[in-house]
Design a protein around this ligand. Structure first.
Ligand code: F0G
Length: 406
């Protein structure tokens, strides 16, 4: 039992309505459940391996709808002691969302969102994207057997993501404009052509992503970490994970909520600026820029929900610069064997900065979410790392090169 409710004016919409924002005031919508009707099988919750559909009772897809799934979720939660030592904190875990089937957390939202599209009888799915959303939508569209249309900012999307969208058969449009412009246009296209919009303004997509929160608690044996940190772009994921934590508390499975801590890049930081000014909404940035192209966003659509999540959980928002992002990416890769794309590393870069500044306590238990896989953005790696050493096909030449720096 669930319905959609406007976060601004409270207007209700039924689950049969195809709406993304409030039909009365344009506000963002939330999926609201009647928790008294949800019966969770705790034996299943405690014993079954984590996955998105493990929590089906708390997902807004009708019983008769077979999920469009390629087995998403159930990503590892690594305890990272060497990285913790480097940063100077006691308890650090990394939830590696890059190990979802398409290499990012977007799969959690797409399995629910595309299942919902089929349930609602929609014939085409569409999104604007900095890359990962389009890769994921292309793949779930293929799995569902319906066309996907994706709008990408020209020249600003990492190679691996474009490759995925192309190979899985999406209609890929390269827009002469940035992500924020692409989102405005794809919303218009969806309204006019009756395509199903699968950006994170769609509240059903966020329901899939809230399972990151469920899984963190599940994997920590129902202990709640002090803080969860993640990169923020369009601000859907921080909102979704917070909702997951809140629902577990509403269901009396936990007693507190981690401090939600959002990290943006210095070049694209509207949420951080709003947080610093104690505002509930952002002032859009017109020329966002950062090496972390996934979060190169100046007008995050979920800003109001995200700021509420940060304030209510007593979390915070801060920026990191591109050098800090690259250093954190290398630390994750070389100290822990966790390969992530630049945006993902901003969670760890933010943790280092905030521990150094004494804002995050050394005795906190922190979970950093790394949102996308290293292979998404191979060009950035090639640009940042030393080039391979070319050697002659002789053992002398190889030996010389191996011991060159020693
Ligand atoms: N990390 C990665 C790797 C992303 O791809 C994104 C968003 C984020 C973090 C930020 O998440 O938008 O929920 O705050 N990527 C979107 C896309 C915008 O189109 O792939 P958010």
């Amino acid at each position: 039992m669930y319905h959609l409710e406007c976060i601004e004016c409270g207007k209700r919409h039924t689950k049969a309505d195809v709406v993304y924002t409030c039909s009365k005031c344009g506000g963002l919508l939330d999926v609201i459940y009647d928790y008294s009707t949800i019966e969770l099988d705790m034996d299943k919750i405690k014993k079954q391996c984590p996955s998105v559909w493990k929590y089906r009772e708390m997902l807004p897809v009708d019983e008769n709808q077979e999920p469009i799934s390629i087995e998403e979720g159930g990503t590892p939660l690594y305890k990272c002691d060497r990285l913790a030592d480097r940063i100077g904190i006691k308890g650090l875990y990394v939830k590696h969302e890059g190990l979802n089937p398409t290499g990012s957390f977007k799969d959690r939202g797409m399995t629910v969102g595309v299942s919902k599209a089929i349930e609602l009888g929609m014939k085409t799915v569409a999104c604007a994207s900095t890359g990962n959303t389009s890769a994921s939508l292309g793949i779930y569209g293929a799995r569902a057997g319906i066309p996907a249309v994706v709008l990408l900012p020209e020249g600003k999307v990492a190679l691996g993501k474009v490759a995925q969208a192309l190979m899985h058969g999406a209609k890929v449009l390269s827009l002469r404009g940035n992500f924020d412009e692409a989102l405005v246009l794809v919303r218009q296209l969806c309204d006019e052509e009756k395509f199903y919009l699968l950006n994170s303004v769609n509240p059903y997509r966020l329901e899939g992503q809230k399972t990151i929160g469920f899984e963190i608690i599940d994997q920590l044996d129902f202990n709640v970490p002090d803080r969860v940190m993640l990169p923020v772009g369009n601000a859907g994921n921080i909102t979704a994970i917070y909702k997951g934590f809140k629902e577990f508390m509403n269901m009396r499975l936990t007693e507190k909520i981690p401090k939600m801590t959002g990290i943006q890049s210095e070049g694209a930081a509207p949420i951080v600026k709003a947080y610093q000014n104690k505002q509930n909404d952002i002032t859009p940035e017109t020329h966002p820029d950062t090496i972390a192209t996934a979060i190169r966003i100046g007008n995050p659509v979920n800003a109001k929900k995200a700021l509420k999540a940060i304030y209510e959980s007593k979390g915070l928002a801060d920026t990191v610069n591109d050098d800090e992002i690259v250093q954190a990416q290398k630390d994750l890769a070389q100290l822990e064997g966790i390969g992530v794309e630049p945006a993902s590393a901003s969670s760890v870069a933010g943790l280092k900065k905030l521990v150094d500044e004494g804002i995050i306590g050394k005795d906190e238990t922190v979970v950093c979410v790394t949102t996308g896989h290293l292979l998404k953005d191979p060009q950035e790696v090639v640009d940042m790392c030393p080039k391979p050493v070319v050697v002659d096909a002789t053992i002398e030449s190889i030996r010389k090169a191996v011991f060159e720096d020693k």
